[in-house]
Design a protein around this ligand. Structure first.
Ligand code: RB5
Length: 151
């Protein structure tokens, strides 16, 4: 499994922390920017990660902004992307087990570093349960064809 990570200016510190965490745990994680805290627009960075995840079914993404809200809104515009904005361990577990989320969104201004570590651990150690959830995820995927998704 390959991971892609990006943030906006409000998520750079978390990005560094999360990247280090993934590396320590032995995961491959690719940083899509930004490198500085100069102001940027979060949809541009959501777009970079989502396009990579769209290309490779065997990959997942982490997107970080101030609240996690803008990143999740932007990411969920992409066909095949199921982005979950998680504030705690339980949400991260459910996002993987029930929703097969392929992007985890975090908010640096609203979530503490200790909590982020738990969220990541939970995200990494739970997987999609399939079964009754599979049809629901299929229905989510089908929704993308109902409107016009611009990427
Ligand atoms: C940037 O000020 C802030 O709006 C952004 O990081 C994010 O929280 C948007 O949802």
């Amino acid at each position: 499994m390959k991971y892609f990570i990006a943030s906006d200016h409000a998520g750079v510190d978390f990005k560094v922390f999360v990247k280090e965490l993934f590396t320590q745990k032995g995961y491959e994680i690719v940083d899509m920017g930004p490198e500085t805290k100069e102001r940027v627009d979060y949809p541009d960075f959501a777009s970079k990660v989502c396009q990579e995840v769209q290309k490779d079914e065997n990959s997942k993404g982490i997107l970080i902004c101030g609240t996690g809200i803008g990143m999740s809104m932007a990411a969920n515009k992409f066909d095949g992307i199921r982005a979950a904005h998680c504030h705690n361990e339980y949400s991260a577990k459910m996002a993987r087990e029930h929703n097969d989320a392929n992007i985890l969104c975090l908010g640096e201004r609203v979530t503490g570093l200790g909590m982020v570590e738990e969220i990541i651990e939970s995200w990494l150690t739970h997987s999609f349960e399939g079964g009754r959830h599979a049809g629901r995820v299929e229905k989510i995927n089908a929704l993308a064809t109902m409107g016009s998704c611009r990427v």
